[in-house]
Design a protein. Structure first.
Length: 287
C-alpha cells in the first residue's frame, strides 16, 4: 500500500502543476493558487472561473472605420512674402514686371519689420515652413515659391506662375503689414476683385473666408484699418491678379503694433499663426 502511494504521488503532483499552468493561457482568468502539500490520494484543483466579455449593446453603433484624409493628393502652393536677399539687390527687385489688369510694378520689395528690427521676410518664411509641415503631414503636396530666406525674389509674376504651373488647389501668400497709423492692428485676407477668371471668383473668395474664419477661431483679431470684417478685395496685387488658381494673401497683422510684433517675434506666436492658416487651408480643401 505504501508502494502504491509512492507511485501515485508524482502523478498527482504533475497533474496539479499541469492544471495550474493551463490557467495562465486565459488572460481574463485570475491566477490559480499554488496547490497545497499532498496529504491524501485525491487532489482537487481550485476551479477557475472565466467571465466572458459582455456583448456590445445593440443600441451602441460600432466605432466608425478610419477615413483617409479628404485632402490627400491635393497641391498647395505657399508663398512666403519677400526674401532675405532683396535689400542687397535693389536693381533686380525694382525691375518692372507685369502685375495684371494691364499694369506693371516692381519685381518685389524688401518688406517691413518690427520696430526692433525683426524682418517680415524672416517671419513669413518661418510661418510658411510651419504651415507646410502641417499640410504635408495630412498627405498634401506642398510647393514653395522660394527655397530659402537668403535669395532674391522671385518676382510677383513668377510667384503667380509657380502656382499656375503646379495646378494648385490653393495658393496662399503669407505676409505681415507695416502700418504706422496709430492703433492699427489685426489681420486681413486679400483676394483679387473684380475677378479676372473663374478661379478668382467664388473659389478665391471662399478660400479667403475660410482662412479668415480659422484665424478668428485661433484668437486673432480682424484688421481695424484695412478691409472689412477681415477681408480685403484688391486690384493691385500682382500675385493674385495673375493667378489662375484659387489664391489669397494673408496679412497676419501689423508688425509696427507692439502686441502683434511680440507675437510674431516669438516661436509660439508664429506657430499659432501657422496652425490657424493650415486649418483654414485644410477646411477649404475638404469643402
Amino acid at each position: 500500500m505504501v508502494a502504491v502511494r509512492r507511485a501515485i504521488a508524482p502523478l498527482l503532483l504533475a497533474g496539479a502543476l499541469l492544471l495550474t499552468g493551463c490557467s495562465e493561457d486565459t488572460p481574463a482568468a485570475p491566477a490559480a493558487p499554488a496547490p497545497a502539500p499532498l496529504t491524501t490520494r485525491t487532489v482537487t484543483p481550485t476551479p477557475t472561473t472565466v467571465t466572458p466579455p459582455a456583448s456590445p449593446s445593440p443600441s451602441v453603433p460600432p466605432p466608425p472605420a478610419a477615413v483617409p484624409p479628404v485632402a490627400a493628393g491635393k497641391v498647395v502652393v505657399l508663398d512666403p512674402g519677400h526674401n532675405g536677399g532683396n535689400a542687397a539687390h535693389p536693381a533686380e527687385i525694382n525691375r518692372q514686371v507685369p502685375s495684371g489688369r494691364g499694369q506693371r510694378k516692381p519685381c518685389n520689395t524688401t518688406g517691413t519689420a518690427t520696430n526692433a528690427g525683426y524682418p517680415e521676410h524672416a517671419f513669413t518664411w518661418d510661418v510658411a515652413q510651419r504651415v507646410g509641415q502641417a499640410l504635408a503631414a495630412k498627405g498634401i503636396r506642398v510647393v514653395y515659391t522660394r527655397p530659402d530666406d537668403t535669395g532674391v525674389g522671385p518676382c510677383v509674376d513668377r510667384r503667380a506662375a509657380i502656382g499656375n504651373e503646379a495646378n494648385a488647389d490653393a495658393v496662399v501668400s503669407i505676409h505681415a503689414d507695416g502700418s504706422t497709423a496709430a492703433g492699427a492692428n489685426g489681420f486681413h485676407v486679400a483676394y483679387s476683385s473684380p475677378p479676372l477668371n473663374a478661379a478668382q471668383g467664388e473659389p478665391s473668395t471662399r478660400l479667403a473666408q475660410v482662412v479668415r474664419d480659422t484665424l478668428r477661431s485661433g484668437g486673432f483679431s480682424t484688421s481695424n484699418y484695412i478691409g472689412g470684417n477681415g477681408l480685403s478685395a484688391r486690384t493691385d496685387l500682382g500675385g493674385l491678379n495673375l493667378s489662375t488658381r484659387p489664391a489669397v494673401l494673408v496679412e497676419c497683422g501689423n508688425m509696427r503694433n507692439a502686441a502683434e510684433a511680440a507675437r510674431m517675434t516669438s516661436a509660439e506666436g508664429r506657430q499659432q499663426y501657422a496652425s490657424a492658416i493650415a486649418a483654414g487651408i485644410e477646411a477649404y480643401l475638404a469643402s
